[in-house]
Design a protein around this ligand. Structure first.
Ligand code: NAD
Length: 334
């Protein structure tokens, strides 16, 4: 099938091209993002392969449908950037990679927690500068800490498994309980209780209308002073301005972000020679107790390999049978 791969980075080319030896699709790689401005470039492609910050709103989907696109193959799990109802309206099917490797994001979550907890991000620079003073690097142990996990699906469960090994007390909140997490000793509680009791709060729910700015002023007010917040889900789950205020007052003690609400203006490109215009993001970078990575939770060899194979398999299934594996439909929005 002729497939336009949008937002294609060098690693997308490498992993998709290698996996494609078994599938034989006609892949065309486009570095640019899919947007209202660029949608016309993808004329004549029955399948468009998109990533997390490609725009798939009503206008883009209408343009793609008019140009003959019948399948959107997301090479990611989240689908908050897709207007699913519009896709159904224009008879475009949407498929995704629901579970390429929950361990990639779970382990990155732990990397953020451990780095912040032991100040290794600061120690790294200090030692390279010949400064071996320990002042300001005092850490705390994870053992016996209470960690609140919001969203206990595939990634939340993998995080619970790792934290169980560290001897943490686990609290959980989800709209659907996961027995595997309960078996690990996680106690499902109301959000308010999770906010009040947790030393660390880690977010693993999708971004949707119920979770947009879930972590806002009101939620932060309920949390312990000095709480650590980790977000590897989607930027919009937290109200960044509220976080900045809570960091300034010392109410939030540590913040680890792999995602950021306005990340589509920043992430996945080299802006090191540019002046970054996002003042909120720049303010976040000034805090010594904030650690930000540029949406790299998924970025492991194992995950990229899984993503490439599942994406191409999703496309082949549609091409051969008109059926969809791993389909995103409006039923998932409920
Ligand atoms: P999943 O579907 O397996 O789990 C999501 C869980 O969130 C489910 O248990 C669901 O019931 C729960 N949930 C839904 N609405 C909720 C609500 N209002 N409050 C609390 N919980 C709610 O998904 P997953 O594979 O575990 O991925 C979770 C999220 O992680 C994705 O939606 C995506 O946004 C993000 N993600 C980030 C990266 C990265 O690189 N940083 C990579 C993959 C996924």
């Amino acid at each position: 099938m002729k497939v336009a791969v949008c937002s294609a980075q060098s690693y997308d080319r490498e992993f998709l091209s290698e996996a494609n030896a078994n599938f034989k699709h006609e892949l065309a790689f486009f570095e640019g993002r899919l947007s209202e401005e660029s949608a016309k470039l993808f004329a004549g492609f029955p399948a468009v392969c998109a990533f997390v910050n490609d725009v798939l709103n009503d206008n883009v989907l209408r343009t793609l449908a008019e140009q003959g696109t019948r399948l959107i193959a997301l090479r990611c799990a989240g689908f908050n950037n897709v207007d699913v109802l519009a896709a159904e309206n224009y008879a475009i099917r949407v498929v995704r990679v629901p579970a390429y490797s929950p361990h990639s994001v779970a382990e990155h979550t732990l990397a953020l927690i451990l780095t912040l907890n032991r100040n290794t991000h600061r120690a790294y620079n200090r030692v390279r500068d010949g400064n071996f003073s320990l002042a300001g690097l005092l850490g705390s142990e994870l053992h016996d800490r209470t960690v609140g996990i919001i969203g206990t699906g595939r990634i939340g469960q993998a995080v619970a498994q790792i934290l169980h090994g560290f001897g943490c007390r686990l609290l959980a909140y989800d709209v659907a309980q996961n027995d595997q997490c309960t078996a690990l000793g996680a106690r499902y509680v109301a959000l308010d209780e999770l906010y009040r009791e947790s030393d660390i709060i880690t977010l693993h729910c999708p971004l949707n209308q119920n979770t947009l700015h879930l972590i806002d002023d009101n939620a932060l007010r309920l949390m312990k002073r000095g709480v650590m917040i980790i977000n590897t889900s989607r930027g919009g789950v937290v109200d960044t301005n509220a976080l900045v205020a809570a960091l300034k007052s010392g109410h939030v003690g540590h913040l680890g972000l792999d995602v950021y609400e306005q990340e589509d203006d920043l992430f996945f490109r080299d802006l090191s020679a540019h002046v970054i215009q996002d003042d909120v993001f720049e303010r976040l970078l000034t805090f010594p107790n904030v650690l930000i990575t540029g949406h790299q939770g998924f970025f492991t060899t194992e995950a990229l390999d899984n993503i490439a194979h599942t994406t191409l398999e999703n496309i082949s299934t549609f091409e051969q049978s008109g059926q969809c594996r791993n389909e995103v439909t409006s039923a998932l929005l409920r």
